[in-house]
Design a protein around this ligand. Structure first.
Ligand code: AMP
Length: 446
């Protein structure tokens, strides 16, 4: 189906084609007509589904339809997102889709000087994309005029709640005109999100893509059991495989991220870090180098990497296993985007076992265990006895992912001792995913 069939202006459809999109994604097919009708919309969708264009395209249509020449220069659309990186990314998308329109776009986020942002707001700009904190600062200083606002979007609302932005979101929404269109996007539909929906939206239509908490469909996931001491050597070992050509590594702490990056860099691997101790310009430079492919490994903390969109990430490595299943789902959503192939690798130490089980319960499937070919973990410290994968105690309502014939095949066929490393083929992976087996060597991405 062409984009015009959704009711989009030819100038917008042209820009979308130039961006290389041939047809709308499911969330775009569902949401765009609703937004064009003026409905409030709740979008439940993972990142990577094309949700940004799902709200940006109809907003552009609305703003351009009632030509800017006749309008006062004022803020007509506001997008709130949890992090600076996400704001910059949304802005890039908006500029791409609005290239044949005459609209002014501004961003508002912390970590950089306020002056240019204040000037842009004062000069008048139709679309503002902002993080909650800096927007509130500028509101408090009297630089923000919401009187002409028509549309508001709260993107990654669940993340904003996690990050403690609820009071800021409330303050911002309260300052907006009552008569407006509101959209809210979230990866999952929790009780808290439902409550917010009732508070911020009216007669909202819900658009849900994929199942609740389902990790990105295209991502193949597996787990390496390891010890704390063997993690860095294991990462270095895996990186010998050149098919891991664009790797996002998640570290729990900033300090840990720096340590991993130092070690990789000293081993000759081009590495950058992304965390909040780095200046905004350093973060932008790191992302740019990673996107350009000059940096092979980007080591990031959860907060800093939230929502970042880099095409062609080949692998996500959960160097530190995330304690929250939701974070895992977000992390692995960084790969497998827009039909790319992506693998999510998790390092699991004995301390992470409880969290791994919780995650498997959360996503209703076991994650295959894998042994790194040619890697002798015992040289660093013995790994604990193998753990078996969680499996449901009775049949459950299944999502569309094919079930393994015998769930026990995930964990039980592994070697009894870590030093008995052996080829990993047949290690249960095909049981959950029909894609070709991952081999530590020689895998080629299409
Ligand atoms: P999002 O879920 O908004 O973060 O989008 C994920 C990725 O999908 C981005 O790189 C977009 O550029 C890309 N994308 C969005 N819509 C489409 C489409 N209709 N066809 C192909 N790629 C798309």
């Amino acid at each position: 189906m062409p984009f015009e069939a959704l009711g989009l202006d030819p100038k917008i459809a042209k820009a979308v084609r130039e961006a290389g999109y041939t047809e709308p994604t499911p969330i775009q097919t569902k949401a765009i007509p609703l937004v064009l009708r003026g409905s409030d919309v709740i979008g439940i969708a993972q990142t990577g589904t094309g949700k940004t264009a799902a709200f940006v395209l109809p907003i552009l249509q609305r703003l351009s339809a009632r030509g800017s020449a006749t309008n006062r220069r004022c803020m007509r659309a506001l997008v709130i997102a949890p992090t600076r990186e996400l704001v910059v990314q949304i802005e890039e998308n908006v500029r791409k889709y609005a290239r044949h329109l005459h609209l002014r776009i501004a961003t508002v986020y912390g970590g950089v000087g306020e002056r240019p942002q204040i000037q842009a707001l004062r000069a008048g700009t139709e679309i503002v994309i902002a993080t909650p904190g800096r927007l509130i600062d500028l509101m408090d200083q009297g630089h923000v005029d919401f009187s002409g606002l028509e549309v508001a979007v709260l993107d990654e609302a669940d993340r904003m709640l996690d990050m403690g932005f609820l009071p800021a979101m409330r303050r911002i929404v309260k300052a907006l005109p009552k008569q407006r269109q509101t959209m809210m996007f979230s990866a999952t539909l929790s009780k808290e999100i439902e409550t917010l929906t009732n508070e911020f939206l009216s007669n909202a239509e819900t658009v849900q893509i994929g199942r609740r908490a389902n990790p990105a469909e295209l991502v193949t996931q597996f787990v390496y059991e390891t010890t704390k001491e063997a993690k860095l050597p294991l990462l270095l070992h895996l990186l010998r495989d050149e098919t891991l050509d664009s790797v996002l590594v998640f570290s729990r702490t900033k300090h840990g991220a720096d340590k991993i990056a130092r070690k990789l860099a000293s081993s000759g691997i081009n590495t950058a870090t992304l965390h909040s101790n780095r200046s905004q310009s350093q973060r932008i430079a790191a992302l740019k180098a990673f996107k350009a492919g000059t940096v092979r490994v980007l080591v990031a903390t959860d907060i800093a990497a939230r929502g970042i969109d880099v095409e062609g990430i080949s692998h996500v490595v959960n160097y530190d296993f995330p304690p929250q299943p939701e974070d895992y789902v977000h992390r692995i959503g960084r790969t497998g985007r827009a039909k790319a192939v992506g693998d999510a690798i998790s390092f699991v130490t004995p301390d992470d076992r409880g969290n791994l089980r919780d995650l498997e319960r959360f996503i209703s499937r076991g994650i295959p265990r894998k042994v790194a070919e040619g890697f002798d973990a015992s040289a660093y410290k013995a790994v604990a006895a193998p753990l078996t994968s969680w499996r449901p105690s009775r049949p459950q309502v299944r999502n569309s992912a094919p079930r393994p014939p015998r769930p026990s095949s995930y964990g039980s066929s592994r070697p009894a001792s870590p030093s008995q490393s052996r080829p990993s083929s047949g290690n249960g992976r095909t049981a959950v995913n029909s894609r070709p087996q991952f081999s530590d060597r020689g895998r080629r991405r299409p």
